[in-house]
Write a protein that binds this ligand. Sequence first.
Ligand code: BV8
Ligand code: ZN
Length: 241
Amino acid sequence: MPMATSTVNSIAVLTGAGISAESGVPTFRGKDGLWRNYRAEDLATPGAFRRDPRLVWEWYDWRRGLIGACEPNAAHHTLAEMESHFDEFSLITQNVDGLHNLAGSRAVLELHGNIWGLRCTAGCRPTWEDRTVPLATIPPRCPSCGALARPDVVWFGESLPSGVLDAAFSAARTCEVMLVIGTSALVNPAASLPLVALQRGAYVVEFNPQPTPLSDLADEIVRQPAAEALPGWWHAWQSEG
Ligand code: BV8
Ligand code: ZN
């Protein structure tokens, strides 16, 4: 357990696909992560979209259908509850499923965007949300200029939104405790956030049923599914005062 909650001002949380697994959202690299024999790294790229926007949109439409039927789980709700217990609470997520917002977390730093957002590929207008499942037309087009629309997510080889990324690194540098929940810690720059926190002397806890490249460096490891373990872990930490 970290130092007493009453002495912690700043805490950061980094989540990955694993925190949504118990809500029924498939992870990327898990056994159910593969889709029609493609890998996320082959579909979530600008090249794949240029070559076959319909296939990429079919993948997103399939995921939107899945995610649309999923509810936040006890881990998402616990993080939403924890927020008001600390002066500085930063929730940084690699997920695009929006389940943290649905659970009531505020000011979520979405490093990789949001699967419900669409962007005009001609850049004629700001991002818009469209939650219809399935999409009316595939691939969807910009309602203003008719150009192809793309999902408002960060693909491999694309830079992350600078404001969000700066805020995430600032949280990693200043937090006294970082919880790393449900990530394989393979995708950068997100995977470097716990390393920055460790370098600054933060107490880092990994919640993951499997070992990851972070496991040997973390101060504490909870080798259980997040929705099962996080509520009890949080209440045990709180009861220490
Ligand atoms: C960038 C959005 C600068 C889309 C995603 C070569 C060429 C080009 C780039 C690179 C390269 N080599 C390296 C790079 C950088 C690359 C990268 O890191 N690649 C990796 C694969 C090696 N990164 C990028 O390209 C990033 N941009 O670097 O910009 C740049 C610019 C130009 C050129 C070079 C660099 C952009 C990365 C963002 C990509 N977009 N998603 C979409 O979602 O459709 S990433 C995708 O992976 C998801 O966001 C996902 O969140 C993320 C990370 O995966 P995880 O969340 O960790 O999920 P995963 O399935 O892997 O693991 C789940 C874990 O949960 C497991 O450990 C499992 O054990 C655990 N688990 C399971 N059940 C539970 C559980 N845990 C708890 N409870 C449970 N119940
Ligand atoms: Zn447009």
